[in-house]
Write a protein that binds this ligand. Structure first.
Ligand SMILES: Cc1ncc(C[n+]2csc(CCOP(=O)(O)OP(=O)(O)O)c2C)c(N)n1
Length: 309
């Protein structure tokens, strides 16, 4: 694939994979529960939900091997849940209860589990992902490093240092950009000169553009892209045109109601529901209950070991 290749994935194919729908709805209900818990004063620290963006990690999930290293960012609940299907562990982490992934020390943004690491520091993960990809390459391993970043994180210099070396050394690095058009309160158009495709092209890095939210279609189109990077084809930037439906963090949405309503027009949730209302209602009930039960169980647990010390 040449630098600047654009793949556009729009539209919805027939047929819904129940596992994918379950993951999508599990993450949706998890995020809604998180906002409710915050509103009730039951969570500490801060949090950033991925409402509207759930389909990105769900689509990528089966394309990644267990040994691939995933570097997530501040908006990482969906990245974690799509990889581990572990809402109780994450909730325990965020509430500091027994069963927490990192003893409750990491909270919403700083998770380490096996080959998964998240950070709330924008741009911090990319140089680390490059180092990990270099290790994969030098040891002849078939794994890749995957780093999720937002559009706003392209303002960080570390991103360019990392891309430079990844391109120079043709590293097995997949940069997943969740471009939701806004960084906290700043519309991307008011902060970014040029675009992400042009910035990837400046380094001779392949760039793939993904629109639409159909998980199966996105996965089918990205499978050869991931294979190519895994086979030594060098780094790739995959940019999702996505939509942030919730506030930046808990209650700090500076967008007008009309702007948020326009974003909601793109919600995968409605698109999937329209495709098969009966199946959707059944799976949604299951996942709503699953998350409600998880909340109840986790809140009834004692504090995690770290919290007690
Ligand atoms: C180095 C650094 N600067 C500032 C922040 C505060 N901050 C957290 S998220 C965010 C905006 C990130 O925007 P983007 O990368 O587009 O991701 P999004 O929140 O839209 O998913 C900012 C400024 C931070 N976490 N790290």
């Amino acid at each position: 694939m040449k630098a600047g290749t654009a793949i556009s994935v729009a539209g919805i194919d027939a047929g819904i994979d129940v596992d994918d729908l379950s993951s999508l709805l599990m993450i949706r209900h998890f995020e809604q529960a998180v906002l409710e818990l915050f509103a009730r004063g039951l969570l500490n620290g801060t949090t950033h939900t991925c409402l509207g963006q759930e389909y990105v990690p769900v689509a990528l999930g089966p394309l990644l091997a267990p040994g691939d290293f995933v570097f997530s960012n501040h908006r990482g609940h969906g990245h974690y849940l799509a990889r581990f299907d572990d809402p109780e562990g994450l909730l325990a982490e965020m509430t500091g209860r027994e069963g927490a992934i990192c003893s409750g020390v990491g909270g919403s943004q700083h998770i380490f589990r096996d080959t998964y690491l998240s950070t709330g520091v924008q741009g911090e993960s990319l140089p680390v992902a490059v180092g990990t990809a270099l290790w994969f390459q030098r040891t002849g391993r078939p794994e890749i490093a995957v780093a999720y970043i937002g559009d706003g994180t392209w303002g960080e210099g570390a991103v360019y240092e990392a891309l430079n070396l990844a391109a120079l050394w043709r590293l097995p690095l997949l940069v997943v950009v969740e471009n939701n058009g806004i960084a906290q309160t700043t519309p991307t158009a008011r902060a970014m000169a040029g675009d992400i495709a042009g910035r990837a092209a400046a380094f001779g890095i392949a760039h793939v553009s993904v629109t639409g939210s159909d998980v199966a279609a996105i996965r089918a189109r990205l499978a050869p892209v991931v294979d190519r990077t895994r086979a030594g084809g060098g780094p790739v930037v995959v940019e999702f045109a996505t939509h942030r439906l919730g506030p930046h963090s808990k209650g700090d949405d500076t967008r007008s109601a009309a702007e948020v309503a326009a974003e909601r027009e793109h919600d995968w949730h409605d698109a999937y529901r329209r495709r098969d209302p009966d199946l959707f209602a059944k799976v949604e009930d299951e996942q709503r209950k699953r998350i409600a039960d998880a909340v109840e169980r986790v809140l009834a647990r004692p504090a995690s070991a770290w919290e007690r010390n």
